[in-house]
Ligand binder design. Structure first.
Ligand SMILES: [Zn+2]
Ligand SMILES: [Zn+2]
Length: 157
């Protein structure tokens, strides 16, 4: 995980704080619930055009957790097999009843799953550490100057 966080100055401190967070949430209709006992790794805001279209709004707020750590309850999520702007597969899991996006498996980050943070029961601890795909951010979106911004995918080295 350290590689993903390289160049993000406050990453370590925020990750320690996020270690106290509870990863538990649900879709809008409640047919799908999920939790993860693992500490969140990273909170990112994604401004890619696919997230804009899928969410119907300007960006996704995403919490990364270790791949495979999400435990699902209730209905099985449906999967949309997307190809990200990176050219790599993105499996977007969503509730077939209400349409809420739940989480994505991104081939470019094989160690992480990306939860749509708006589905969390407790969002009080969220603090974005990086804005990604800023090249396609809506021009009116204000980004905190102290938060790292990258034009496309986060640097992996
Ligand atoms: Zn639902
Ligand atoms: Zn995105």
């Amino acid at each position: 995980m350290a590689r993903l966080c390289a160049g993000i100055p406050t990453c370590g401190a925020i990750i320690r704080r996020q270690g106290l967070a509870r990863i538990e949430g649900r879709c809008l209709c409640g047919a799908i619930r999920y939790k993860s006992d693992s500490a969140p790794v990273l909170t990112a805001v994604c401004h890619c055009t696919h997230c804009q279209r899928q969410t119907g709004t300007a960006f996704s707020v995403l919490v990364a957790v270790p791949r495979g750590s999400i435990q699902m309850e209730g209905s099985d999520p449906h999967v949309y097999f997307d190809v990200g702007e990176s050219g790599q597969p993105v499996l977007r899991k969503f509730c077939a009843q209400c349409g809420s996006p739940i989480y994505s498996e991104v081939a470019a980050t094989p160690q992480l799953d990306w939860i749509k943070a708006g589905t969390l029961d407790d969002t009080s601890w969220l603090q974005p550490q990086v804005h990604i795909w800023c090249d396609s951010a809506q021009p009116w979106v204000h980004m905190d100057e102290s938060v790292a911004r990258v034009p496309r995918n986060p640097p992996m080295e």
